[in-house]
Design a binder for this molecule. Structure first.
Ligand code: BTN
Length: 245
């Protein structure tokens, strides 16, 4: 695979989009030591300080239909959770759809962006941000209560190169498995790391707000919630969730 390394860039997502538009092949990886305009979901900024975390974007050209694209976010989350667990022995949680938490604090996030025409995916960019070697003092003030890093959690400096290698290897294996066996091969793994499965959550969809119990994810990756009032299981693909944390 082609790996493009930048010491500094605005956002690896931007570079990846640009390369993908120019025809970069499936499996191209963009990685930066530092991002000046790192972005998270919902237009939030993503703090990406120099040499203190993994800031990378993968270009994929999967032969799946656009509505399956969110499955790749869930797949990536299981890969990250597996690698964190293997390398540190600390059990991470995946907060649906795409945050990796340790003890309620955010360690890592995934930003999946897709370019599709009609019912065909042109390309997908999977952006991965993971806080690795920041101390508490390195994190911006407003993140100190809600974010963490592997160094904060383990008390030791982490070798980022080894970690990136493990993530890419594990990604490749899991992706192959997904192509051959479909999302069911990912589902159980995802649920084993699932945050608040079996617990009460509050759901806000477009026009209503309701309470239910988080029951896991469906065979297609949708969020399964048991409605508190009628006991029926509803499947959601996007919703704002209040996790009562
Ligand atoms: C989120 O949790 O909101 C997603 C965060 C994604 C951050 C990564 S860092 C590498 C890539 N480049 C970006 O600008 N964003 C993603």
């Amino acid at each position: 695979h082609t790996i493009i390394h930048k010491t500094i860039t605005t956002s690896t997502q931007h570079i990846a989009h640009q390369l993908a538009r120019e025809g970069a092949e499936h499996g191209t990886i963009v990685i930066a030591d530092e991002q000046t305009g790192g972005k998270g979901r919902m237009n939030r900024p993503w703090h990406s300080s120099k040499n203190q975390g993994i800031w990378t974007s993968l270009i994929l050209r999967p032969e799946i239909s656009p509505h399956q694209a969110p499955q790749l976010t869930l797949l990536t989350a299981t890969v990250l959770a597996d690698v964190i667990y293997q390398e540190t022995n600390i059990r991470p949680y995946i907060k649906w759809p795409n945050d990796i938490l340790i003890e309620n604090k955010k360690l890592s996030g995934i930003l999946t962006e897709m370019q599709a025409e009609q019912d065909r995916i042109q390309y997908i960019i999977i952006g991965i941000g993971m806080n690795i070697n920041q101390t508490k003092g390195d994190l911006p003030n407003k993140l100190r209560e809600t974010a963490t890093s592997l160094k904060i959690e383990t008390g030791r400096q982490i070798n980022m190169l080894t970690l990136v290698q493990s993530i890419l290897e594990q990604f490749e294996k899991t992706y192959e498995m997904y192509l051959h066996h479909g999302f069911t091969a990912i589902k159980n793994k995802w649920e084993s790391y699932g945050f608040k499965i079996g617990e009460k959550i509050n759901i806000k969809t477009m026009n209503r707000e309701w309470e239910g119990t988080f029951s896991g994810i469906g065979s297609d990756g949708g969020l399964l919630v048991k409605n508190k009032h009628d006991g029926k299981i509803e499947k959601l693909y996007s919703a704002e969730i209040d996790w009562f944390r």
